[in-house]
Ligand binder design. Structure first.
Ligand code: PNS
Length: 168
């Protein structure tokens, strides 16, 4: 069985992530969506448990996708699970330098860690968890950006009613 890991912060999971997970699920026998620790993003809005729940709800249509979390090195997780690939989405050239560095570091740490990059669809190029959080915090419509199953949960957490000009 060929297992792939889709790692990320997923704070929260967006339709851009789901598109990549969906396509990875067609390429591999099993896909583990892994809520991982990014030292550069220490102030998550959602807890790991909440992020996992939202991924489970957003990927309910995919039979060969499971969700897990891990606080250690991704390379070690691959070793432990026997996964053969890390699948990451690339939105733009600006993503590439960081992702390329990560791919090389993971391969150095564990020779079996191959990174597969899937290019995002044109319509998701601008989409990120940060964009979703910012739009929701201003009371904007996030319908096109996250799964319908989790939209209200994100909105309820982030939308602060009664923002006024004094908050600027
Ligand atoms: O969604 P993100 O925040 O861009 O995902 C980055 C993530 C979490 C996949 C990356 O930070 C990661 O792999 N963290 C685990 C620690 C690790 O293995 N780092 C890479 C080796 S330097």
């Amino acid at each position: 069985m060929r297992i792939a890991v889709c790692p990320g912060s997923f704070d929260p999971v967006t339709l851009g992530h789901i598109d990549i997970i969906d396509r990875a699920a067609r390429l591999f026998d099993k896909v583990i969506v892994l809520v991982s620790f990014n030292p550069n993003k220490q102030n998550a809005v959602f807890s790991v448990k909440e992020r996992m729940e939202m991924i489970i709800e957003s990927t309910a249509h995919l039979d060969n996708v499971v969700v897990d979390c891990y606080s250690g090195l991704l390379a070690d997780y691959l070793k432990q699970t026997g996964a053969v690939a890390i699948v990451k989405g690339l939105r733009a050239v600006s993503d590439f330098e960081y992702e390329f560095q990560m791919a090389l570091a993971n391969k150095k740490l564990y020779d079996g860690a191959e990174t597969v990059f899937l290019t995002t669809t044109g319509e998701n190029m601008f989409l990120s968890s940060s964009v979703v959080k910012e739009i929701a915090s201003f009371g904007g419509d996030i319908t096109d950006f996250v799964s319908p199953a989790i939209k209200d949960r994100i909105f309820d957490r982030l939308c602060v009613p009664g923002k006024s000009d004094a908050d600027i």
